[in-house]
Each structure stands twice: as structure tokens, then as C-alpha cells.
Design a protein. Structure first.
Length: 203
């Protein structure tokens, strides 16, 4: 192995980015970048804390990340497994990174900034779906925004239905839980009951 251990080695290998790679980065949500955020139903949220790093999927109705103003985003924290790994990190280290995906589009959008959690009742109510409000809202102070070119999406053929994996070829959540808990939890019953359980707790 030949590890790269300095920035000088890294730059010698890759060179410097061209103008198109740098001019696209701004410190606010422009009208062009607003279009991406409003069209996106899925965001990967990256955080860090004393226990390490975390990257969490966030999915909702398209445009669920609200643009409060050009330097502030708001994202509802919908129901989940209550691990609150991301929220735990944000409370102790506000730095966050977001990667927005738009089905059918090769381009993705990246946002970096600092976040805090807000539980103002009126704010929570404004994000309600089916009369169910989130327990908190992640408020992000935007520091940088830029689009990522389509190479990764094109290479992966992410949106090509012919490349989609048959879910039956993968272990189910119930099977994984059973294997890791010596069958204390999970199993076939877990998989059978999950769709109805998820339907009742989606929001």
C-alpha cells in the first residue's frame, strides 16, 4: 500500500479544480438551487459527535426541507426508530452536511452548515402531515451550497429500473434482527407486521 498523508501529495495526484468546480459554490440558496431543494423528496444528513460520524436518510414529500430564507433551511424530524443519532450529534456539534437527491436527475445538491433543534409549537404545527407534527425541526444555517455533477449517478445507473435489485435477493430486516439477537427479536413475524406498523406510524 502507498498511503497519501499530506495535502501536497494529494494535490500532486489530482491537481487543482477548474473554475466550474469552484464558481458553483455559494453561501446562500440561490433561485437555481432553490429549485433542487423544492423538488427533492430525499436527503442524506451527515453529522458528527463524540461517538463518531453518522449519515442518516431523510425522506418525505418533495420539498419537505423548507427554505425559510436564502441562508436558513428547516427540516422536520419525522417518526423513526428513536435512536436519534443525528439529533444527539447536532446538540453537541452543530456541523451538518446534506446531500439532496432528485429522482430522475443526475445532478445532486450539497449543503453544509450549522444546525440546531427547535421545538416551538407553532413551528412544529406548520410541518404537520395528517394532523401529526414532528417532535422537532432541524434548523440549518447555510454556509455553503453547490451542485454535484452527474457522474456518480450516471456510473451507478441509480434511476435505471433495469438495474434495480430484487428485494427478495437481500436479507429482510426481520432476518437481520433474528441473526444478530439470537432470535430474541425479529424473524418472520417482524417482517409480516412491519408494513401495517409503518403505515400507522409514517408521520
Amino acid at each position: 500500500m502507498s498511503a497519501i498523508t499530506t495535502i501536497e501529495q494529494l494535490e500532486a495526484l489530482y491537481g487543482v479544480p477548474g473554475e466550474t468546480s469552484t464558481v458553483k459554490e455559494v453561501d446562500r440558496v440561490t433561485p437555481e438551487y432553490r429549485a433542487f431543494i423544492e423538488a427533492s423528496p430525499f436527503v442524506a444528513l451527515a453529522t458528527g459527535g463524540p461517538e463518531g460520524l453518522d449519515c442518516s436518510p431523510r425522506g418525505d414529500l418533495a420539498g419537505f426541507v423548507r427554505i425559510h430564507d436564502e441562508r436558513t433551511l428547516m427540516m422536520p424530524d419525522r417518526r423513526g426508530n428513536n435512536r436519534v443519532d443525528s439529533l444527539r450529534n447536532i446538540v453537541r456539534d452543530p456541523r451538518v452536511g446534506l446531500l439532496f437527491l432528485i429522482p430522475g436527475s443526475g445532478s445532486t445538491l450539497r449543503v453544509n452548515g450549522r444546525a440546531h433543534l427547535d421545538t416551538d409549537p407553532d413551528l412544529l404545527a406548520s410541518f404537520a402531515v395528517d394532523d401529526k407534527a414532528p417532535r422537532s425541526v432541524v434548523v440549518i444555517a447555510v454556509e455553503s451550497v453547490y451542485f454535484q455533477c452527474a457522474r456518480a449517478i450516471v456510473r451507478s445507473e441509480l434511476w435505471n429500473p433495469e438495474r434495480h435489485v430484487d428485494p427478495k435477493s437481500l436479507p429482510t430486516p426481520g432476518q437481520i434482527l433474528a441473526a444478530l439477537s439470537n432470535a430474541r427479536v425479529g424473524g418472520d413475524a417482524y417482517d409480516r407486521e412491519w408494513p401495517e406498523r409503518a403505515k400507522k406510524s409514517m408521520w
